[in-house]
Design a protein around this ligand. Structure first.
Ligand SMILES: *Cc1c(COP(=O)(O)O)cnc(C)c1O
Length: 422
């Protein structure tokens, strides 16, 4: 495939923008639900399987609740994410708290909610214990395999990444928490982000299964779950292939049968905390062309900017662009597609072949359903856009309003308020 489609037509958009002005992100409920069901089905062979949606990908209550209805919990890594999850009615062991460099109040809240806590470092065992006057019955550790595993571009090599316990610390840590009375144990790892090779996830499961076997054999620790975390990529480029979930599910099942069942470690629950592949492909940033300029290169200027989607600017990431109504015209122009920040990397695309595009055209930037709106920021006083949901019945609802200047000013003092002379 060399193109991407949209779940709405140009005419639909023309109607939508009479009510909700551009720019906005719009999410396709039907596609999200279908994808969630397919994902769950691929792992349904594992009795305890659970996906904890990585809230940071798209922290919107409508999406979190739609996914909760499909049986997904939430994966949180900050106080705000914990509170958001709680407000959506997701508490207790439906929350996986996978944080790092964790502030005290976040552990306190996670404990209060009864979340499953996934520690990022061996020193956090005593940090947590002293904070809350004891450890929970169930604790998970995040494993960083270091040299034993390759990472990838976004997350970096495990050896250079800030996350997790070393291999030695995993063994030592489990001995310590068992001594302190912890009864149930989990193991987590996150080694690659936006990975498209299905083999990679089967190898990750293999790595954790092997470690589960060693933990049992060497120190008598029997794991209750392994958490394969997130990192499943999506085909941002139209010619890339989505990860074959059925293949990943089957590959992991085969390893499970040969390693876990044969060593009497069954049942072992498999958890995941994917974000990107759950909502990413089903979100679209809709923007209007404001200007066109011809200098040493040709530029199309949008009413959206990097504050609405920073992946292209930060990672040089590819996001496909459709000029609505011109899908079938020759893509014989080459443009840089920009926003209005005073930052030259505020570009959604560089040297992109597109049909002849003009001010007033509606442009759709694809695959913004995860790590899109949520990464937004206010540089240059730019305001974050609204988020819309295209419901299964084709209604469009606003699930987050656009920020206003008042929101931006809300944290500013225009006169002396709080004073202190140290
Ligand atoms: C970001 C993150 C995820 C989700 O990653 P995706 O690439 O969106 O699937 C899961 N777990 C942790 C701990 C994360 O930091």
């Amino acid at each position: 495939m060399t193109t991407k489609t949209t779940p709405f037509s140009k005419d639909d958009l023309i109607k939508i923008i009479t009510r909700f002005p551009t720019p906005f992100h719009i999410y396709d409920e039907k596609a999200i639900v279908e994808n969630a069901r397919r994902f769950k089905k691929a792992f349904s062979w594992n009795k305890g399987f659970k996906e904890y949606f990585a809230v940071k990908a798209t922290p919107n209550p409508f999406l979190i609740k739609i996914l909760h209805k499909e049986g997904f919990g939430s994966d949180c890594s900050s106080l705000t994410e914990l509170l958001l999850s709680e407000k959506c009615g997701i508490v207790g062991d439906e929350i996986m708290f996978s944080s790092n460099d964790t502030p005290a109040e976040e552990y306190v809240k996670a404990m209060e909610l009864g979340a499953t806590i996934n520690l990022d470092d061996i020193s956090h065992i005593s940090f947590l214990e002293h904070l809350t006057g004891g450890l929970p019955e169930l604790i998970s550790f995040r494993y960083n395999p270091g040299k034993l595993r390759d990472g990838n571009f976004i997350i970096g090599n495990p050896e250079e990444s800030k996350y997790g316990f070393t291999r030695e610390q995993i063994f030592e840590g489990f001995k310590i928490i068992r001594e302190k009375g912890v009864k149930r144990f989990g193991l987590h790892t996150f080694v690659a982000s936006n990975e498209l090779d299905p083999k990679f996830f089967i190898e990750t499961a293999d790595m954790l299964f092997e470690l589960a076997i060693e933990l049992k054999r060497e120190i008598g620790i029997r794991l209750e779950f392994v958490n394969l975390s997130g990192g499943i990529g999506i085909p941002y480029q139209p010619d890339q292939k989505a990860v074959d979930l059925e293949l990943v599910g089957k590959g992991i099942k085969k390893l499970y049968n040969s390693k876990i069942v044969d060593t009497q470690l069954d049942p072992l629950k498999i958890f995941m905390e994917c974000g990107r592949m759950i909502t990413g492909p089903y979100g679209y940033l809709v923007s209007k062309v404001l200007h066109k300029k011809y200098i040493y290169r040709n530029y199309i200027g949008l009413d959206a900017c990097m504050a609405n989607l920073m992946r292209p600017g930060v990672y040089g990431a590819y996001h496909h662009i459709t000029v609505m109504g011109k899908e079938n015209e020759a893509h014989n122009q080459v443009y840089d597609v920009t926003g209005s920040l005073c930052e030259n990397n505020d570009k959604f695309a560089i040297n992109r072949s597109l049909p002849k595009t003009d001010p007033g055209d509606l442009v759709v930037i694809h695959d913004t359903g995860a790590h899109g709106h949520s990464m937004g920021f206010n540089y240059n006083g730019k305001l974050r856009s609204s988020e819309l949901l295209l419901r299964e019945n084709r209604e469009v609802i606003e699930i987050r309003r656009a920020e206003t200047v008042e929101d931006y000013f809300a944290t500013l003092n225009f006169e002396e308020l709080r004073k202190f002379k140290p």
